[in-house]
Design a binder for this molecule. Structure first.
Ligand code: ZN
Length: 561
């Protein structure tokens, strides 16, 4: 976060120019900063450090000092090679702020910078929470599939997130009820969160900053807001954000300040110390609280929840967030407040009024028709899925069968059906793809392109899965081509489709043992009518019998488990 010149400076360093020169002869995309303001993009073969040969053969000359960003365009997929703009990933999603479907772009043309709001670690994440984390993994995989790298940050909230009645910190409340150290509880649930992510095939983020370890960063951000006249310390010692100072408050959620009634409760109760009812706490004065508090220029206290995400996202993503992900319930007030806190500070770090380029929100999850909640008694954890002998990736499959921005109803029946389907696909295709002789086929590549473009189209995973189901049934197509498609597209879906399933050994029951024994006797007595009858009875029980030179052998029939 150290600009090298006043305007933006981030990528116009000498080192970057040398890097660009190393791409001579390669196909490149270059974004140039115009003297009059704004940007211009160039696409073509880099001839030397200041010339590009365009597709039509013309030569464009540019000033190396005006290069803002650049990247090599790999001929990895056809559409990208056709791409006209620097940093475009081809993947489009619905942006909550502009209320439009927009392309995800990399602001530095190298990596897409993603921030995903993480868990508050005072209990296990339920399947509803995990749906959001899977959404961020799906996007990340889709972006990587399109040829870009991703830099992903997800925070761990171990302090500052207040309980629903606004009286106590969620982690502290849990610690008081269970008489355990709050940080012990937080670390415990944090490691369980990572275990759940691994079980769901979610690739780890680059960094998981903990709120309690980023206090200084948040205090710095708060001081900057105070300096800009956007925050003030109330008589109660708490520092508040001055919501009236941020003109476009409400643009994200539609909750304009004029519509917010006094008495609307935000994060904390306060005794008339705020200047305006919609202001919220950035740094909460400790009061009588003695645990999880820190020194600050405004006295002992602890940070608010919203400031955590502003400070961390800007710090770890170098002043600009290409894509911000969270559940729909975070849109207000969490993300609305985050935007108000981030924009005024980020303006000086990156040439954009918005700290976040795209805001992505995943919809709610229902379970068997009802919202998953403790009070409804229908909270389902990943451990409950495993306890039923179901593959956690079956849950992932169910989420993919629904568009991320539609509310979906999950049920045990749908998870069970997905579990069966995954086993069937793996049995059918995993062996093929494991063979080293498989070469990419033209037909396979065309189908892969089609499925990838479904996913690029606002993550239409239901359509992508429908294509795979149709492909499975297509009798005209060789299994080797089908395997090629399943193996390749699984890099985006993350369903571990190339896993060789090992059937769990099934115990032989007493009745089955007796039938097998009776059949051996019947054959010894040359009573073939009876032995055939017994073979049928065994078949009904899922046992396949064969007669070989050394006698009768048997095995469980495929799918009998
Ligand atoms: Zn957040």
């Amino acid at each position: 976060m150290s600009p090298t010149n006043g305007e933006s400076g981030r990528l116009t360093t000498g080192r970057e120019h040398r890097d660009l020169a190393s791409l001579v002869g390669k196909r490149v995309s270059i974004r140039l900063r115009e003297e009059i303001g704004g940007y211009r993009d160039l696409l073509g073969i880099l001839v030397n450090a200041n010339q590009v040969e365009r597709k039509d053969g013309s030569i464009a000359t540019f000033d190396p000092g005006s290069v803002f960003a650049f990247r090599e365009v790999l001929p990895r997929n056809r559409s990208e090679a056709k791409g006209s703009e620097v940093g475009g990933t081809r993947i489009k999603i619905y942006d909550t702020l502009s209320r439009q479907v927009r392309e995800i772009k990399s602001s530095d043309a190298q990596k897409v910078r993603i921030y995903c709001c993480g868990p508050t670690v005072y209990r296990d994440a339920h399947l509803g929470n995990l749906r959001t984390f899977l959404l961020s993994d799906l996007i990340r995989r889709a972006i990587e599939f399109s040829g870009f790298d991703v830099l992903m940050i997800q925070n761990i909230t171990d302090v500052g997130h207040m309980s629903e009645d606004f009286d106590e910190d969620k982690v502290l409340k849990e610690s008081q009820e269970r008489k355990r150290d709050p940080f012990e509880i937080a670390r415990d649930y944090e490691s369980r969160f990572h275990r759940d992510l691994a079980l769901l095939g979610i690739k780890p983020a680059d960094h998981y900053p903990r709120a309690s370890e980023c206090i200084e960063m948040m205090q710095l951000h708060i001081s900057q807001l105070i300096d800009k006249g956007l925050a003030y310390q109330g008589e109660d010692g708490t520092v508040y954000f001055s919501s009236k100072g941020f003109e476009s408050y409400g643009a994200l959620s539609g909750n304009r300040l004029t519509d917010l009634k006094p008495g609307h409760r935000y994060e904390f109760t306060e005794a008339g110390a705020k200047r305006f009812h919609a202001d919220w706490a950035l740094w909460k004065s400790a009061g009588t609280r003695s645990e999880m508090i820190w020194d600050s220029p405004w006295g002992k206290g602890f940070p608010g929840w919203h400031i955590e995400c502003s400070a961390m996202s800007l710090h770890y993503l170098n002043g600009h967030i290409d894509l911000h992900i969270g559940g729909i319930d975070l849109r207000f007030p969490h993300h609305e407040n985050e935007r108000a806190q981030s924009n005024p500070v980020a303006k000086h770090l990156y040439p954009s009024d918005e700290a976040v380029d795209l805001w992505l929100h995943g919809e709610h999850l229902l379970f068997e028709g009802r919202k998953m909640s403790k009070s409804a008694g229908n909270v389902v954890l990943l451990s409950d899925v495993i306890a039923r002998g179901l593959d956690p990736l079956a849950v992932r499959f169910c989420f993919l069968e629904n568009r991320y921005r539609s509310q979906m109803d999950l049920s045990w029946a749908s998870i069970t059906a997905a579990d069966r389907l995954l086993r069937r696909w793996r049995k059918r295709f995993a062996h093929h793809a494991a063979s080293p002789s498989v070469k990419p086929s033209r037909k396979g590549q065309i189908i892969i392109e089609e499925i990838a473009s479904d996913i690029a189209n606002d993550l239409d995973t239901p359509r992508a899965l429908q294509r795979l189901r149709t492909l499975e049934k297509d009798e005209q197509l060789a299994d080797s081509i089908k395997s090629e498609v399943f193996a390749t597209i699984d890099r985006v879906l993350g369903l571990d489709l190339m896993r060789i399933e090992v059937e769990p050994a099934r115990e032989l029951g007493e009745a089955e043992s007796l039938l097998l024994e009776a059949r051996i006797q019947a054959r010894a007595a040359k009573d073939y009518a009876k032995s055939d009858q017994l073979r049928d009875l065994l078949a009904d029980r899922g046992i396949e019998v064969r007669d070989e030179v050394n006698g009768q052998v048997w095995e469980w029939k495929e799918g009998a488990n």
